[in-house]
Each structure stands twice: as C-alpha cells, then as structure tokens.
Design a protein around this ligand. Structure first.
Ligand code: UDP
Length: 192
C-alpha cells in the first residue's frame, strides 16, 4: 500500500484504513512509526540519502500536502485524501479515547505540551494522557524512563523534522510504545 515519489514512499491507505491499522497494531503490540510527507520533505530527501532511507523506514508515510495528491493523480495512483500530521494526531487521540488507549506528548518548549494536554482533554474528555515532557530535557535516559514508566500506547514526538524522525528510529527499540508519530510544531498549534 505504498506509492513512490522521487524515491520516497507514501502510504496509499485511506483515513479509515489508517485508523483501523493503528488500533490493530496496538492490540497486537506491533511497533509502528508514522511520518508526514510533504513536497518539502521529498525535495530535501533528494540530496540526503540518510533522510530518504529514514523516511522509507516508517510504517505509514501519510500524505501531508496537496502536491503528493496531484503527483499520485498524474501517475494514476490511489492517494486521494490528504492526511496532515496534526489531523492524524487528533484522529489518534479520538481513537485512543474510543478504544481506551493512552498517549504521551514529548517535545516543544517547557509548558507547551502541558497546555496541549489540557486542550486535548477538553476536546476528548475520556482521553488518557499518560504523560508529557518538554523537548529540551538533556538527560536521554530520563526521557526514555519517563516514557516507559507511563506505559503509553501512542507517543507523539514534537522535536521538529527531521530531528524527531531520527530520534524515533534511534530509540524505538528501547521504548515499550506501540505507535510513534513525529508531529513537528503541532503542540504549539494545539496549545494556541
Ligand atoms: N523542539 C524541541 N526540541 C528541540 C528542537 C525543537 O522540542 O531540540 C520543538 C520546538 O519547540 C517546536 C517543534 O520542536 O515545538 C518544532 O516545530 P517546527 O514547526 O519548527 O517543526 P516542523 O513542523 O517544521 O518540523
């Protein structure tokens, strides 16, 4: 379920399929990594083989940006819906609330993830937020330990791109989290 643009994979799953897959992955204790792909990232990946390999390592490359939809249409592909990083984050929170799964917010300046948490709980009152941590904590072991102790099912990483994607791939093995998503500046947007 992938289409390739200039060497970069993009998942052609519909929103509905993505929602179902993510909950199935959690229930099967499978680790999945979600990355949002836009034309800017595809262009950056042209000159950077490490970045290209990193993006292609993700389980789901969501089509964030109309450029990807246009390119898919030109190639008679199947990517019809835009799925932005922030929409995916909100959808995962909605799914987590519905299925009793928990989320962890890691990243952004001190205080921001806490404000985003309050906003998300206002929007999804039954959502379990297992923990929050700002993106400037220097002690990596503390970050890993805090996330593991929270027993979160879903981890949103807001360190900016591609730092967050490298961080996810480097630490996935040490974390007992099922779903990882790099979310860029989303906590700043949600916290207002
Ligand atoms: N950030 C962080 N730690 C860092 C560098 C950045 O937590 O070491 C946060 C920053 O505070 C901001 C986010 O990462 O909340 C980056 O947002 P931006 O919109 O620049 O990311 P993009 O969506 O462009 O990848």
């Amino acid at each position: 379920m992938k289409e390739r643009f200039l060497g970069v994979d993009v998942s052609s799953h519909s929103y509905e399929q993505l929602k179902k897959n993510v909950i199935d992955d959690i229930n099967h204790k499978k680790q999945s990594f979600i990355v949002a792909i836009n034309p800017e990232k595809i262009l950056k990946a042209q000159q950077d083989e490490n970045l290209r390999n990193l993006l292609n390592k993700a389980t789901y490359q969501i089509p964030d940006g109309v450029g990807v939809l246009v390119a898919s249409r030109l190639k008679k592909g199947n990517i019809k819906e835009r799925v932005t990083g922030i929409d995916m984050l909100l959808t995962l929170c909605e799914q987590a609330e519905e299925h009793g799964k928990s989320v962890f917010l890691y990243g952004a300046k001190p205080g921001i993830a806490e404000e985003a948490k309050e906003e998300l709980v206002r929007k999804y009152p039954g959502l379990k937020i297992a923990g929050v941590l700002d993106g400037y904590e220097k002690d990596e072991q503390k970050v890993i330990q805090t996330i593991n102790e929270s027993q979160a099912d879903i981890l949103f990483v807001a360190l900016g791109s591609p730092k967050q994607e490298y961080w996810i791939v480097d630490h996935m093995d040490e974390l007992n989290v099922s779903i990882f998503q790099g979310v860029g500046g989303s906590f700043d947007v949600i916290s207002g």
